[in-house]
Design a protein. Structure first.
Length: 413
């Protein structure tokens, strides 16, 4: 008699806790809250003791200076003279002497109080300066780990995912935050590297059969005895194969250009733009499009091949998406406000302002999406934006009055 197999057991739960073991006395952990409490409490206590001591000394000095004669004069035939109270020298009666002594005591007390107030204000000002300077220094010391985290995050924002914070020091909230960010950056780097590797491998694997297909089609088309129908079919398949090759190359370039450029060399945008114009010149003549514009030297630090791709894609789009007759493309380069600028302006169909952002998305064209066309595969502007960002620059587009676009690429030098 066959027995029913037992259902499989659930896999054991992991016993590793990423948060780490809890300390025996968690309230003794040197957290930032405890450290700031001790720091500011100690500073307040020291400042209070210092202020009380200074006030005591100033009050004692004021009392000493303000102590005067507090007795009254009675009797007759007594002559009193005083250097501090010159009014006594002219007093002849007891009432005049008593009034002079009272006025003198009041003046001395008022003088002592005024001196105490002025010295207290000066002391308070000096203590305020010392307190602000000491507080600024201590705040800078406490916020030093945050500055390190910020610098690392800024470097990571520039696509340098290999950077790590690696914060040392006490096991407080900032170190916990830094360790968490390091773990997140490590996972992001692995995911980004895996994505680039996948795209690269997929593009390489796709290029091989496409190259074989192109070779077979070219051999077939070179046969003069082939029927006309097969010749037409071969040319159609060859054009389709060429579009697929362009798509694969565009995907590979897009995957590579998303990362920051590590090796940079001086590149003149004017020379790059001239080379792009030379490559598109024949196509522009065939379409009756005039290419013009002045190109002043504008040297940047970057990758010459990728920067040439920016100019080539922009000029190709400007030529292909143009008017039927009397069209023109203006390509200019200049140096403005410490940055190199490449501007490509063209005539063409009217482009609504709300469609501008869609043009930079992969496989998107004006009012179409993944549409079959001989004008490209829909990756040109996406590649331009990725390459510009990898060089620390950006691209802006705006509709031209009367039709067409104005593409402006700004790159730091």
């Amino acid at each position: 008699m066959a027995t029913t197999p037992a259902p499989p057991k659930a896999p054991p739960k992991p016993t590793w806790d990423p948060r780490g073991p809890e300390p025996p006395f968690p309230w003794l952990r040197p957290t930032i809250r405890i450290r700031l409490t001790l720091l500011y409490g100690g500073m307040f206590l020291i400042a209070g003791i210092l202020l009380l001591s200074i006030i005591y000394l100033l009050a004692a000095q004021a009392i000493h200076e303000g102590s005067g004669q507090s007795f009254q004069i009675s009797g007759s035939g007594v002559e009193i003279r005083s250097d501090t109270c010159p009014e006594l020298n002219d007093a002849t009666t007891d009432d005049q002497r008593n009034a002079a002594l009272k006025a003198c005591n009041d003046a001395l007390k008022q003088h002592a109080l005024d001196g105490l107030l002025s010295r207290s204000l000066l002391t308070l000002l000096g203590l305020a300066v010392i307190a602000f300077a000491f507080g600024y220094a201590m705040a800078g010391r406490v916020l030093t780990p945050l500055g390190r985290i910020t610098r690392t995050a800024r470097a990571v924002a520039g696509s340098d995912l290999s950077r790590r914070i690696e914060l040392d020091g006490p096991d407080d909230e900032l170190k916990e935050l830094a360790d968490t960010l390091d773990d997140m950056l490590e996972r992001l780097e692995r995911a980004f590297t895996a994505q680039q590797r996948f795209v690269g491998n997929a593009s390489h694997e796709l290029r091989t059969p496409l190259a074989i297909n192109r070779t077979l089609l070219e051999v077939h088309l070179s046969d003069p005895g082939a029927p006309a129908e097969l010749q037409q079919l071969g040319r159609t398949l060859l054009a389709t194969n060429e579009r697929s090759e362009q798509l694969v190359e565009g995907l590979l370039l897009l995957a590579r250009s998303d990362n920051q450029i590590v090796e940079r060399k001086p590149v003149d945008l004017a020379e790059v733009a001239s080379q792009a114009i030379d490559q598109v010149h024949a196509e522009a003549e065939a379409k009756g499009v005039e290419i013009r514009g002045e190109r002043a030297p504008a040297v940047v630090q970057g990758n010459g091949v990728l920067l040439e791709r920016i100019a080539l894609n922009l000029v190709q789009n400007a030529v292909r998406y143009n008017v039927q007759e009397g069209g023109w493309v203006e390509v200019t380069t200049e140096f403005q406000h410490g940055q190199a600028v490449l501007v490509v302006t063209n005539t063409g169909p009217v482009v609504p302002a709300y469609e501008i952002d869609n043009l930079f998305e992969p496989f998107r064209r004006l009012r179409t999406e993944r549409t079959g066309s001989d004008k490209g595969v829909g990756l040109g502007l996406s590649i331009v934006r990725s390459v510009a960002r990898a060089h620390g620059g950006h691209i802006a587009a705006r509709p031209r009055e009367g039709g067409g676009l104005v593409m402006r690429v700004t790159l730091p030098t």
